[in-house]
Ligand binder design. Structure first.
Ligand SMILES: Cc1cc2nc3c(=O)[nH]c(=O)nc-3n(C[C@H](O)[C@H](O)[C@H](O)COP(=O)(O)OP(=O)(O)OC[C@H]3O[C@@H](n4cnc5c(N)ncnc54)[C@H](O)[C@@H]3O)c2cc1C
Ligand SMILES: NC(=O)c1ccc[n+]([C@@H]2O[C@H](COP(=O)([O-])OP(=O)(O)OC[C@H]3O[C@@H](n4cnc5c(N)ncnc54)[C@H](OP(=O)(O)O)[C@@H]3O)[C@@H](O)[C@H]2O)c1
Length: 276
């Protein structure tokens, strides 16, 4: 039956080349035309603090790794790693990454770093997670980490996107957390979720900065105004958002901390390249 086939056709297929620091994609979910999440195998040796980011990517056309910073969206106890990603139409990485499928390989450099970690804040009563867009990713990790609920009496997740569909990944994650057998009890009564949209009419609207300065979020959640004695904050969004929300937090008397000097709030960019 093999008569007529060429030598090339008979030759065994070459094994798929293994990328350096390769991890295997285990699931992919597309949330909107611009957003998707995916899970990959976790390198056995990888230890990280919830909220940190790593460099991930694919092999570029030039044969060199094309890497970008990505917050790990899964908590540090998870046996896999989850990421929540934008799809930039002409983006060098995400124009390709958005097409990954289960079984594909991605590159993951196992060197986690970042400022959105519990160690960078002084102890407090409440922690505010303030995110726009994919800036939710580090908080998807921190919200699922029991340490967050051991450290704080109240955890407030403010997430703002343009439209309701862009909030869906976070909304489902919070819902699942409340129903989770293991962590659900810790979360109950402590995690307050405050999603808002800015360009689509929904039940709760407005920019995070506006809802903080007007006092609306404190009134809605029946919480006192932010103060440096009780409140801590972690911020992750566009550069413009980060700059504006920092001014708001400083207005409440909170000071920016770091791993080396824990204080009342910490900030990380959700991406680079958007000027203000
Ligand atoms: C510390 C850190 C953590 C990050 N974590 C994440 C993450 O968890 N998920 C994620 O999707 N991205 C994250 N990013 C952004 C990520 O590194 C890439 O920029 C993104 O994947 C796009 O890559 P690209 O090569 O397609 O386009 P790039 O050339 O990197 O970006 C092109 C343009 O797209 C816009 N852009 C890039 N990323 C975003 C974004 N996330 N949201 C909105 N606009 C964006 C910017 O205007 C940018 O100039 C993070 C960046 C930093 C610095
Ligand atoms: N053309 C489109 O329909 C479209 C859709 C999505 C993304 N994009 C592009 O993709 C990039 C990222 O978009 P993105 O939606 O993830 O991020 P984004 O444009 O930064 O907006 C995300 C959310 O943050 C709010 N925000 C922005 N700047 C703020 C600030 N200084 N203070 C407080 N809140 C602020 C936005 O409110 P406001 O709505 O009030 O600005 C929005 O609700 C942008 O360059 C954008 O142009 C375009």
């Amino acid at each position: 039956m093999t008569e007529g086939l060429t030598v090339t056709e008979l030759a065994p297929k070459p094994a798929k080349p293994h990328l350096p620091d390769a991890q295997i994609v285990t699931s992919v979910k597309h949330w909107t035309d611009n957003l998707f999440s995916f899970r990959v195998t976790r390198p056995q040796s990888l230890r990280f603090r919830s909220g940190e980011f790593v460099m991930i990517g694919l092999m570029g056309d030039n044969g060199k790794p094309l890497l970008r910073a990505y917050s790990i969206a899964s908590p540090n106890w998870d046996e896999e790693l989850e990421f929540y990603s934008i799809k930039v139409p002409d983006g060098p990485l995400t124009s390709k990454l958005q097409h990954i499928k289960v079984g594909d390989e991605i590159i993951l450099r196992p060197k986690p770093v970042g400022t959105l970690v519990h160690d960078a804040l002084l102890p407090g009563k409440r922690v505010w997670f303030l995110a726009t867009g994919t800036g939710l990713a580090p908080f998807a990790s921190l919200m699922r980490d029991p340490e967050t609920y051991e450290k704080y009496d109240q955890v407030i997740m403010m997430h703002t996107c343009r439209t309701a569909d862009e909030l869906e990944y976070g909304r489902q994650l919070v819902e699942e957390l409340h129903n989770d057998e293991l962590i659900g009890e810790m979360v109950a009564g402590k995690l307050r979720y405050y999603p808002t949209t800015t360009r689509e009419e929904t039940a709760q609207m407005g920019r995070i900065t506006d809802n903080l300065t007007s006092g609306k979020v404190f009134d809605d959640l029946d919480l006192p105004r932010m103060n440096p004695a009780e409140d801590r904050a972690m911020v992750c969004g566009s550069l413009a958002f980060n700059v504006d929300v920092k001014a708001v937090l400083e207005g409440f008397g909170l000071r920016e901390g770091a791993n080396s000097e824990p204080l009342e709030y910490v900030v990380e960019k959700a991406f680079v390249g958007d000027g203000i």
